[in-house]
Design a protein around this ligand. Structure first.
Ligand code: ADP
Length: 396
């Protein structure tokens, strides 16, 4: 068996996700998650085919967790030699990166600069890069940015109508996120449409814990719902999405600090905030089915915001070849898709209940009837995109 591999790392502030790919077939041979790092509850779970294992890491920090991951992969003979390349998810690439890049000192310095715009994410991403460079100094490392795909946004989409020097002096503009996912599902949709991507006009909806929609005109991102930070746009699991910026001043005057307002908008809002229960859509469905009124309300507001934003994305497109749903909610929650498409009939969508109920499994992802504007369910695979981009710069 060919044992050349590509390792993909997604290093968060208290977690570390990884995926190991066969460098020849690009099959994922193992994946896992270390979470609650630097706490007594730190754990590592690894999936390798149908085998799942988990271990308590007991206060392990990122460095110890990475060592555990590598040791575990070696002990089950999945990492018999150094990987050919290591790919990192990096959240914010600012205006410096419109594509994935091999990591060198200049790239590290740019990612550091962007940390002001993503203080929770970029420092953690950099830590992952540093730790892997220590372990594998001669293996090429590649940075894959969430923002890169959206660097094609026109000024009309990326500028906020605030004093222009805030953009020129502080980089305050809309950047957009989930780019790797939007790009991946757009490529798959183009395949399904049997057209080159640069001839496709698409709306892609990534609905997971974080949610965003993107307008893709002739293959490039021309508008997206997230902005300077991943807080803007749709209602999400715990994030509010769009609110009146005047809310900030109002709450400050009630005595709330800016940190607590930010915490409330990022962690206590969205589905969780409105339902008063949870950010988990599956649980909300159960609650709503049992008569929980605010769970139903949270779902209804989620759908309304989604429909509004999908319609707003259409403003940037000459036509819609297809609407794509992805992410945990987009891929699985048939009733969210049904509620959205029902309200979007103005764009020619006619839902097929039958195809939608089975997530388009029997129709290559299509969930609409013959003669309708097309809508698809397409599972995302950000790790695979990172592995593919890393392979371009891997050791030959
Ligand atoms: P993340 O953004 O953290 O990667 P996911 O893309 O996994 O998250 O999406 C998580 C969301 O998907 C949760 O709200 C979860 O309830 C929802 N979800 C997953 N499976 C289903 C399902 N079968 N039906 C409805 N919602 C689902």
């Amino acid at each position: 068996m060919n044992d050349d591999t590509i390792l993909v790392i997604n290093c968060g502030s208290s977690s570390l996700k990884f995926a190991l790919f066969n460098a020849t077939t690009l099959a994922c041979i193992a994946s896992g998650l270390a979470e609650k790092l630097s706490t007594p509850g730190a754990t590592l779970s690894i999936k390798n085919g149908d085998t799942k294992s988990s271990a308590n890491l007991n206060n392990a920090d990122h460095s110890a967790a990475i060592a555990h991951v590598i040791e575990s992969l070696k002990s089950i003979s999945l990492l018999t030699k150094d990987p050919l390349g290591i790919g990192h998810r990096v959240v914010h690439g600012g205006e410096a990166f419109s594509d994935s890049v091999p990591i060198d000192n200049r790239v590290i310095a740019e990612i550091q600069k962007c940390a002001a715009l993503a203080p929770l994410h970029n420092p953690a991403n950099l830590l992952g890069i540093e730790l892997m460079a220590e372990l594998y100094p001669s293996v090429p490392q590649v940075a894959v940015f969430d923002t890169a795909f959206h660097q094609s946004l026109p000024e009309t989409s990326y500028l906020y109508p605030i004093p222009y020097q805030l953009y020129t002096e502080h980089g305050i503009r809309r950047y957009g996120f989930h780019g790797t996912s939007h790009k991946y599902v757009a490529e798959i949709a183009a395949n399904k449409l049997n057209k080159p991507l640069n001839q496709c006009n698409l709306i892609t909806a990534h609905l997971g814990n974080g949610c965003s929609v993107t307008a893709i005109k002739q293959g490039v991102s021309v508008d997206t719902s997230m902005g300077l930070t991943p807080l803007e746009g749709l209602m999400m699991g715990t994030r509010s999405g769009d609110i009146d910026p005047g809310l900030f001043e109002f709450l400050c005057k009630t005595g709330m600090s800016s940190d607590s307002i930010s915490q409330m908008l990022n962690k206590e809002s969205g589905l969780k905030g409105l339902s008063g229960e949870t950010n988990d859509m599956r649980t909300l469905f159960e609650l709503a089915d049992n008569g929980h009124e605010r769970a139903s309300l949270a779902i209804d507001v989620f759908c309304f915001k989604l429909v509004k934003y999908i319609a707003a994305m259409a403003a940037s497109l000459p036509s819609i070849d297809a609407l794509v749903f992805t992410g945990g909610i987009g891929e699985n929650a048939d009733r969210i898709r049904a509620a959205a498409l029902e309200k979007l009939s103005i764009f020619g969508f006619k839902l097929s209940q039958e195809l939608n109920n089975t997530n388009g499994e029997s129709s290559g992802g299509r969930i609409t009837e013959e003669g309708s504007t097309l809508a698809y369910v397409i599972p995302t695979n950000e790790e695979l995109v990172i592995a593919k981009d890393t392979l371009k710069y891997a050791k030959k």
